[in-house]
Design a protein around this ligand. Sequence first.
Ligand code: MG
Length: 250
Amino acid sequence: MIVLKNSRELAKMREAGRVSARALRLAGEAVQPGVTTAEIDAVVRRYIEGQGAKPSFLGYGGFPASACISVNNVVIHGIPSKKIVLKEGDIVSVDVGACLDGFHGDNAYTFACGKVSAQAQALMDATRKSLYAAIEAAKAGARIGDIGSTVQRYVEARNYSVVRDFVGHGVGAKLHEDPSVPNFGTPGRGVRLLPGMTIAIEPMINQGTHRVKILDDEWTTVTADGKLSAHYEHTIAITPSGPQILTLAD
Ligand code: MG
C-alpha cells in the first residue's frame, strides 16, 4: 500500500531529511586516510541523537550500526568496524537515515578518500548524475519505470551496470514503504507517481558485472567480480510542481 503524505507530513519529512543530510555531510567530512569506519559511524550517531532524532538503521533488521559504510567493492550494507581503516584512493559509500518526529529521511553518497583513480571518479560521477537525472524524471503523472529506465540508460551508455538485487523504495513513517523503486525498467511502465508520494531513489552502480553476493555476516554486499561500486540516494517528494528533494542539508 502506498501512503500519500499531506503538507504537514511533508514538512516533518523535510526536517527528518535535513537531519539525515547533515549527518551524511559530517560523515563525508570524516572520510580521511587512517580513519576507521567505526569512527565515521560514531560521528553519524552522535549528530543524529544530538538532534533528538534516531538513527533509522540502528537495530533495523538487526543491523548493528547507525550508518552503512561500504568501501570500494562493497555495494551496500557495509558494517562499520574498528578493523576497517580507510586509505588513500578508497571510495566510501555512506548510507544514513534519521527518524525525527515519526518520519524518516534516507540518503547516501559515495565519498572519495583523498585522491582516487580517474576510473573511480568516473564511476562516482556517472552514478551521482544518474540519480539527478532520475529525480528529474520523477514528475507527477510519470511512472516508476521512467525513474529506473533513466538511471539504466544513463549508466549503461557509459558501460556500467545496474545492481538488480537491491532497489529504492517508498519512505515515510516507515523506512521502507511501497512502492519499490528499481534502478532499471521500461519507460511508461509501473506504478503512476502521484503528488504526496515520498520515495528514496538510490542507484547502486557497478564498474563490472551487476551481480552481487552477500558475505557471511549476512549484510555486507559486494560485487561478484570484486570491481568498484558507487551509491547515491535522496529521499524526494512528488509534488504538483515537480519533484522536491527532502534530504537537503541547507
Ligand atoms: Mg534507502
